[in-house]
Design a protein around this ligand. Structure first.
Ligand code: UDP
Length: 357
């Protein structure tokens, strides 16, 4: 059995790591890894392959830097060619990026079965490119692997047949369990940023709705500055460009750093007093480390974390972000675990094998 896996962006390298390991452990199953090139900087791509032991991609399409339409179109063309050549039994796609959508569309048109990891997430905000990508991908997939019971319920509500939806748990939880323990020397890392464990905010900002709206971006950076708290901010390249364009200079309490590797990032997450982010993955990792989180968005797909009390929304431009950042956040409930048992990857591979027979 052959699986052709499509990845392209940072969160996908993290999600693919446990699944690739699980595929490699099954005799007779091979994986062809295709990198679309969407994220190409060493610190947005290579570092994850090195740290998480992911095999080098068999193909790299080198596609990035264009508009959503340009990138998606070029990816579909490149992926279609590879799928015709490689004749996979399954195309495996992750999450909600343009690479996900391109992989799914190329495959379904060739009548190759598509399996979507992290299916069933919804923000109900079609302005987000991610929402469009995930909705279309879900509806052309043969098999939909959801991270939670809630995501499965959403898919059923959209009319997707029960036997195509499998709640396997969240592969990012698998990754946290597999690789989190390997984290870097925390004390050295904190010293590098001049912060003390339990006394700083870790922030990440990269969603288009925040970076491409100068008013929201200014509101976020104004609040981070006015909070007066020590803040470490690993800066996404898109946000770096937007800050330059909007002529916003982060205040002195914000330690700005290049994007970090997974191990450093998780070490910093685990020692933070509070995490402030618009990232999907970082919201969940905050919870995996049991660190309170505020989400700098108008809505979140990871509603379980709000329900459990570990996360709260802080809407840029609408809520008083500075006051929320200054308040001592409550810890959430700890009696239920909504994202599975850390064995999502094995369940995914088992299901693919099972359904190929
Ligand atoms: N991440 C990282 N270095 C950073 C920022 C994030 O390794 O400087 C990791 C983070 O730990 C998580 C993933 O990237 O595993 C989340 O990806 P991202 O925020 O880019 O995308 P999203 O999850 O919002 O799709």
């Amino acid at each position: 059995m052959k699986i052709l896996t499509v990845v392209g962006a940072r969160p996908q390298f993290i999600k693919v790591a446990p699944v690739s390991l699980a595929i490699a452990a099954v005799p007779g199953v091979s994986e062809v890894l295709v990198h679309t090139g969407q994220h190409f900087d060493a610190n947005m791509s290579d570092v994850f392959f090195d740290e998480l032991g992911i095999a080098a991609p068999r193909y790299n399409l080198g596609i990035g830097g264009g508009t959503h339409g340009q990138n998606t179109g070029r990816m579909i063309e490149g992926l279609e060619r590879l799928m015709i050549e490689e004749k996979p039994d399954w195309v495996l796609v992750y999450g909600d990026t343009d690479s996900t959508l391109a992989g799914a569309l190329a495959a379904v048109k060739l009548h190759v079965r598509v399996a979507h990891v992290e299916a069933g997430l919804r923000s109900y905000n079609m302005v987000m490119p991610e929402e469009v990508n995930r909705r279309v991908t879900d509806h052309v997939s043969t098999l939909l692997f959801t991270p939670s019971a809630h995501a499965s319920t959403i898919l059923r509500g959209e009319g997707i047949a029960d036997d195509r939806v499998l709640n396997v748990g969240d592969v990012m939880y698998d990754a946290a369990r597999l690789f989190g323990g390997r984290a870097t020397q925390r004390s050295e890392l904190l010293a590098r940023f001049g912060v003390t464990a339990g006394d700083y905010v870790l922030a990440t900002i990269h969603r288009q709705e925040n970076t491409d709206d100068p008013v929201r971006l200014a509101a976020i950076f104004d609040a981070l500055g006015r909070s007066g708290r020590p803040i470490v901010l690993p800066l996404h390249p898109r946000t770096r460009n937007s800050l330059a364009r909007a002529a916003i200079t982060p205040a002195a309490n914000i330690v700005v750093t290049e994007p970090l590797g997974y191990l450093d990032m998780n070490a910093l997450e685990s020692a933070a007093a509070l995490i402030a982010t618009d990232s999907g993955g970082v919201q969940k990792e905050a919870y995996f480390h049991r660190v309170p989180c505020i989400t700098l968005r108008d809505e979140t797909e990871w509603v379980e974390l709000i329900d459990l009390g570990w996360n709260r929304l802080a809407r840029p431009g609408a809520d008083d972000l500075a006051a929320i950042l200054q308040s001592s956040p409550a810890r959430g409930r700890d009696d239920v675990m909504p994202y599975g048992d850390g064995a999502a990857a094995v369940k995914i591979v088992d299901a693919l094998v099972e359904r190929t027979r």
